[in-house]
Design a protein around this ligand. Structure first.
Ligand code: C2E
Ligand code: MG
Ligand code: MG
Length: 564
């Protein structure tokens, strides 16, 4: 039943918007029909006789295949074919008045245009995408709804999968070859997916460069193999074979969702994540889902949490290897959630960054960090305090202004404050990052590049950043005790940082071996559970008194990271 419905729906739209070679074939067929209709009118005695109505055939075909533009073009061609060269009667040779054939040509064009527009409107009503002509979101939801309806008690649960495909290099190709090629590529991808899936699966155009395929579970492996083999072959545009990179995300029913909405959303989440990570395909997993309902509920409680004092800053000391003492702390946000307990930033910061709430959080962090810094200074700690900024904060010039004002009001020396921005945040908009960080440096605020070595690195850019410190990513540092190649990488990064005049910090030092290697690699400062995990400020102050530098070697013991 499901397949019959789908076949009917597709049949209505399948022949619309032909792509590639089929487009030229369609144009040739229309031209042949126009020529045939003209010959027929001539041989049957001229325009006086009823055969001129045969010209509506190519006009309607042009409208059906190419929409209003196709209908008008076919109408004009048909009108001219039956125009000045066509006699009223071939026997007498009597020719038409220009007004007659002009009137007829205009009428043909109007008919072609109107039929084309009506066809497009009907297509949209049927849920067809105007660019590709493939069924889009509405028919997809209907099909999923029908499949889900069969989940009645007593019957086996239908098992099927939704695959969402992202045409990854679409923007790149459009920027290089122009929007007209883009439209042809989108249609080409739909064609390919349909061809690869044959009658085994429904193909939908979600929007833009996103497509969906619904496939019954027992055919999944077959369809995946066919799509891999066929859908990613180069598409030829103007004789140039262009590579199509498709990334797939998959959500299975019933494992990953019980409604059409959930399945589409989760397959999209998986595809987005796969695309960001450069993977070919990814199956949805709840752990990496930052958009679920649960997250929305969490975010909706965030403002309340901010006002009700559920947020706090933990501090993690930074240990200077030369002077053997703490020289500062990094503040790390914690949320004491009523239901979920103590939440670390990984659970909520990425979600906040996708909403405007990040702009409400950061001023709070700035003022709390400055308050803690003031308190430390009053009690004789000559430490600096570092806070984390996200990529979005770098675009918020107002925040930077507020930070300057808050610093002035707090009366703390700007040199005692440091901001940490990740390498990826800097690379999101390097020019903007350079401008904002430059202003902070002008005031005397320290700038650290966080998680260096975790992602893409632009060394050229690094040298132009006004940074004072380079924090080597935990993942690199933690390999120090193991692989010798990583040891050389950390050494090289530390050397690079020093040559650029930066202080080099090794993050995530958990044991004595790593500590010794970080020292050997030339790092200036270490930070990690082995020295001290993030703690409330009060606990840190009890452990590290200003007049009594603690002995790091007592704290950092092989294999037992959380010692303090
Ligand atoms: P980060 O700035 O790189 O902070 C270091 C993270 O590594 C912290 O995680 C810290 O608890 C953890 N860590 C420190 N030493 C060790 C170690 O020896 N072993 C291991 N396994 N982990 C260690 P946390 O507190 O969960 O924070 C995660 C990230 O969240 C931070 O990474 C930072 O990018 C972000 N973040 C934290 N607070 C804020 C904030 O107030 N605003 C913004 N925008 N981001 C924040
Ligand atoms: Mg940090
Ligand atoms: Mg870090």
């Amino acid at each position: 039943m499901l397949r019959v419905d789908r076949t009917l729906a597709l049949a209505l739209t399948r022949w619309q918007h032909p792509a590639g070679q089929r487009r030229w074939l369609a144009v040739a067929v229309i031209a042949i029909l126009i020529a045939g209709a003209t010959l027929l009118v001539w041989h049957t005695g001229g325009i006086r006789y009823a055969f001129s109505h045969i010209m509506y055939l190519p006009i309607l075909l042009g409208a059906a295949l190419f929409g209003a533009v196709g209908g008008i073009a076919a109408g004009l061609a048909g009108g001219l074919a039956l125009g000045p060269g066509m006699p009223i009667d071939t026997a007498t040779g009597e020719m038409q008045e220009p007004v007659n054939w002009v009137y007829r040509a205009v009428f043909f064009m109007v008919v072609g245009g109107v039929v084309g527009m009506l066809g497009q409107a009907v297509g949209r009503l049927l849920g067809e995408d105007p660019v590709s002509g493939a069924p889009s979101q509405q028919p997809l939801r209907q099909e999923l709804g029908r499949s889900l309806e069969t989940s009645v008690p007593g019957q086996a649960t239908p098992r099927f999968s939704v695959l969402v495909a992202i045409f990854d290099n679409y923007s790149e190709l459009v920027n290089t070859f122009g929007p007209e090629v883009g439209v042809r590529l989108i249609r080409g991808v739909v064609e390919r997916l349909r061809f690869a899936c044959a009658e085994d699966a429904g193909v939908y155009h979600l929007h833009g460069e996103r497509f969906a395929v619904v496939v019954e579970r027992e055919r999944l492996d077959e369809v995946r193999a066919a799509v891999r083999a066929r859908a990613m072959e180069p598409l030829v545009a103007d004789g140039v074979p262009l590579y199509v990179n498709l990334t797939f995300g998959r959500a299975d029913h019933p494992e990953h969702g019980s409604s059409a909405e959930e399945l589409i959303q989760r397959a999209t989440i998986a595809a987005d994540l796969a695309s960001r990570r450069g993977e070919r395909e990814r199956v949805y997993d709840v752990g990496s889902d930052q958009n679920s309902r649960e997250n929305l509920i969490l975010l909706s409680g965030f403002r309340g949490a901010l006002n009700d004092g559920e947020l706090s800053l933990y501090h993690q000391p930074k240990w200077h290897l030369g002077s053997e003492q703490v020289v500062g702390t990094e503040v790390l946000l914690r949320w004491q959630h009523r239901e979920h307990g103590l939440l670390t930033p990984a659970r909520f910061i990425p979600q906040l960054e996708n909403s405007h709430l990040i702009h409400e959080l950061t001023p709070w962090v700035v003022s709390a960090a400055l308050r803690d810094l003031g308190e430390l200074q009053r009690d004789g700690y000559n430490w600096h305090v570092a806070l984390n900024l996200s990529a979005r904060n770098l675009n918020d010039e107002g925040l930077i202004e507020d930070l300057g004002r808050a610093l002035a009001e707090a009366g703390t020396s700007p040199e005692q404050l440091e901001v940490e921005v990740t390498e990826s945040a800097v690379l999101a908009d390097p020019e903007q990052a350079r401008r904002v960080l430059g202003r902070l440096r002008d005031w005397g605020v320290g700038v650290a590049i966080d998680d260096f070595g975790a992602g893409q690195t632009s060394l050229g850019y690094l040298s132009r950043l006004p940074a004072t410190s380079l924090k080597i990513d935990r993942a690199l540092v933690q390999q120090l005790a193991g692989a010798s190649s990583d040891c050389r990488i950390v050494e090289s990064v530390a050397g690079l940082g020093r040559r650029l005049g930066m202080e080099v910090v090794a993050e995530g030092v958990e044991d004595r071996t790593t500590l010794a290697m970080a020292r050997g690699a030339g790092c200036d400062i270490v930070q990690g559970y082995g020295i001290c995990p993030p703690q409330p400020l009060e606990t840190i102050r009890q452990t590290f008194a200003p007049e009594r530098p603690a002995n790091i070697h007592r704290r950092c013991t092989e294999g037992s990271p959380r010692l303090v």
